[in-house]
Design a protein around this ligand. Sequence first.
Ligand code: LMR
Length: 337
Amino acid sequence: MWIVRLFAAVALSTMAAVPAMAQSPIVIKFSHVVTENTPKGKASLKFKELAEKYTNGKVKVEIYPNSTLYKDGEEMQALQLGAVQMLAPSTAKFAPLGVKQFEALDLPYIFRDQAAYDSIINGPVGKGLMARLDAKGIHGLAYWDNGFYVISANRPLIHPEDLKGLKIRISGSKVDDQTLRGMGANPQIMAFSELYQALQSGVVDGAQNTASNYTSQKLFEVQKNMTTINHVHLQYAVITNKKFWDGLPADIRTEVSKAMDEATAYNSSISVQENVDAMKLMRASGKIDIHDPTPAELKEWQDAMLPVYKTAAARIGQDMIDEMIKAAPSAIINTTK
Ligand code: LMR
């Protein structure tokens, strides 16, 4: 059914995207899967505001949040076909395009802290990954941040072995799959829009995500236990259809890029605090029991996840992992020495 919607949208948006003879604006449809009160939701609204302002209304940005247009399994194809002009999927969702190297960003504890994340993503590693998208008809515009994952289930997750046998929803990364499988869990790929119901009905037992994603989708209301192991970092690549982008008049492209740069700075300025606020909200709610691991417990989690560096190397290349560790020493390598 969505394929019918997709083709209808391609037809419509192809018409809308043609720079107008009769002054109709260039329409940028921007689809994403989270709510408007998240770091990604807010940054996309900021981008809309600035892009429309800087182009004096020659560009109109239509934001479709919370999977209202496409679910996360559908949106990449919609972009390649030109049915939407912009997306901001998590980088965990790029492997189906054949750009497996993005999954290096999903390695557990690869970023020692937020500063290490910032330096890797804004340095040669981040830029090199984006450049790989051009061959897929996609142009990368920016990285947007959403912070580190916590993990949840309906039983206390104090030690890695507590995950054994649990069905844990993942968003698509093979490295996430290997990490959890290595600890005896049963990872299941599922669209973000289906997660609340899947947790509520017991289709899956648990999940991993950022605090702001837990609160904005109310996921914490359908989970009993959460542990703040901060193991994987969630980031988005803001991407556009390359043909559409290259076809924009140069002056418009310049203004839209400026809007994107400022929206990106705005995203960086709020993403850490949004998670702090979300953690506070969940702790105060009394709806979920939140465990902060002791340093010894954290070391257990890191040790349990370390073997994935070997299996992941076979998929994404040891050189890629080495490059990242050289750019900013990872937490896991440090703590296991
Ligand atoms: C997920 O699927 O868990 C995330 O990618 C959702 C999002 O975009 O934050």
